[in-house]
Design a protein around this ligand. Structure first.
Ligand code: HEM
Ligand SMILES: [Cu+2]
Length: 499
């Protein structure tokens, strides 16, 4: 595979897969549907987040039941939106190197929407409010707040969505194997271990896509197992699986799934920064080693969610802690360093597209720091279940993941092409979003450092000011996201493929 940067800043893929024009048209529509679907859900869920902050800040009064329904829909909604939008990003780039099926891409999308309807019904009609983590045995023990049926439909909805993704990953796996022969070759391991000469043009997207496919397949499979066990328990209460095993499976699944959304979306950085700087993204042994390490690390660190579960085997917690120090770092370093090197003195033209992509590097890197802190057992003892935790993940999701997705959307729109004028509204959106997201995350972190618990509908008087500042911050994020989403709704449908 060879790819060269040409003067226009475009990469020519000499060995790309050939598709017919109608296949390409259809694929572009499908990618746009994933993005628009994802952005709309993000926007709605941000309004839900704003609502929660306003409730905690006593500016809005709703019942505790409704608060937990909103918290549940927010958690599951953003994770789902992250999943579907990041899949859109990865699929768009991956199909340029391996043949992927449009139909399966659409099927997953439709299955996803079906699951979304089920989940919305379970929450707002059935009253389910047991959080997106459906931690066993909570769904079965609502004390009358929701019915068994509501809890079941929620879990069935997740199961349905997982099945769609499994089908999609099978297609990705098939495509990757057909093109590269083995997963290790696709990951660049044959080059890393000297069985093949290093090929600097081996696509970063193929490496990332293979990693995502492997870990998410296993993560979702674990999720399916635990969902089925939970469903059986709902209707056959004599069947009582081990609660600690259930928690392990749930957090393995949840941790891997949300992390994989970042590893899928980072392909936008690998693919697009080269286009805007005219410098190709060269893969090398360090790059392969980092991605190889992360295949295992992302799966092995999940016990950092169980550090206060004292019956957990000590070694698992220690492994979780030690690996958490390093998890994310390898890929982050090769990506951050690579991005800096590509941009440095490249004469890059800053547009909303490139600003968002560059911001994502900062947000991801900076967001990892509070995450690592929390993964230390001694710190976790203090910060566990405080708002520190939403603080760290909102940081790298709002400032790392979402800018990748927004940046890709802006690229598809065609914003920031040579000579284009920057739009004032895009600029406003960018800075409203940036400042709001920073504030939202920092207020969460500060709240956690002050011992304010997470997942409390009602806050004590001395916590209320934090929540009020958080509400203002949230409003800014919503404004930014609203501008981005409106821009996508207006410009995306008729945008031609900028490739
Ligand atoms: C305007 C933007 C947002 C605001 C104001 C916001 C606000 C909130 C609030 C208030 C909570 C509950 C905190 C508590 O435990 O008391 C929460 C939880 C959460 N948020 Fe956000 N959020 C926003 C965007 C996002 C985004 C974009 C993501 C992911 C991509 C996200 C992921 C989550 C997750 C996973 C939870 C945990 C839910 C749970 O504890 O079950 N949020 N958010
Ligand atoms: Cu985790």
């Amino acid at each position: 595979m060879s790819s060269t940067a040409v003067a226009s800043g475009k990469i020519e893929y000499s060995n790309s897969v050939e598709y017919s024009d109608s296949e390409n048209r259809n694929a572009l529509i499908a990618v746009k549907a994933h993005l628009i679907g994802g952005l709309l859900v993000f926007l709605l869920m941000m309004l839900a987040g704003l609502t929660m902050r306003a409730v905690q800040g006593t500016w809005l009064e709703i019942g505790a039941d409704l608060f937990y329904q909103i918290m549940t829909v927010h958690g599951v909604g953003v994770v789902g939106a992250a999943g579907i939008a990041s899949t859109g990003v990865l699929w768009y780039f991956l199909r340029q190197y391996v043949r992927l099926s449009n139909s399966i891409f659409w099927i997953n999308f439709i299955i996803f929407l079906t699951g979304v309807v089920m989940i919305l019904g379970s929450i707002f009609l059935g009253g389910y409010g047991g959080a997106w983590t459906f931690l066993y045995p909570l769904p079965a023990k609502s004390m009358g707040v929701w019915s068994t049926g509501a809890a079941a439909v929620f879990q069935l909805g997740l199961l349905v969505i997982g099945t769609g993704f499994l089908i999609l990953y099978l297609d990705m796996g098939r495509g990757i194997l057909a093109r590269y022969g083995s997963l290790s070759r696709a990951l660049g391991l044959t080059q890393l271990f000297g069985k093949e000469a290093v090929d600097y043009t081996h696509p970063a997207t193929v490496v990332a896509g293979t990693m995502v496919m492997i870990v998410n397949f296993l993560g979702i499979a674990a999720g399916a197992v635990v969902l089925v066990m939970g469903l059986i328990n709902l209707y056959t209460p004599e069947f009582q699986p081990d609660a600690l095993l259930m928690k392990n499976l749930i957090y393995f699944f949840g941790h891997v799934f949300i992390n994989a959304t970042i590893y899928a979306s980072v392909t936008a950085v690998y693919e697009l920064l080269p286009r805007y700087t005219g410098r190709p993204w060269k893969t090398n042994k360090v790059f392969y080693a980092a991605w190889f390490a992360i295949v295992f690390m992302v799966m092995a660190v999940y016990p950092h969610h169980l550090m206060m579960d004292f019956p957990m085997p000590q070694w698992a917690l220690i492994v979780g802690q030690v690996l958490s120090f390093g998890s994310g770092i390898p890929v982050l370093v090769v990506t951050g360093y690579g991005a800096l090197m590509i941009v440095y003195r490249s004469g890059i033209q800053w547009s909303t597209t490139t600003k968002l992509l560059f911001l994502s590097m900062f947000g991801w890197a900076a967001g990892v720091i509070p995450a690592i802190l929390d993964a230390m057992i001694t710190v976790n003892r203090v910060f566990h279940n405080t708002l520190w935790v939403p603080g760290h993940f909102h940081f790298y999701l709002l400032l790392g993941l979402l800018p990748m997705i927004f940046g890709f959307t802006y690229h598809l729109i065609g914003e920031g092409r040579q000579g284009d004028q920057l739009k004032a509204t895009d600029n406003l959106g960018f800075y409203a979003y940036l400042i709001g997201a920073l504030m939202t995350s920092m207020v969460f972190l500060a709240s956690g450092a002050n011992g304010i618990p997470r997942r409390w509908a009602t806050h004590m008087t001395e916590w209320v000011t934090f929540a009020q500042v958080g509400t203002v911050a949230a409003a800014l994020v919503v404004l930014g996201a609203l501008i981005f989403t409106l821009r996508a709704l207006i410009s995306l449908p008729r945008a031609a493929d900028p490739r």
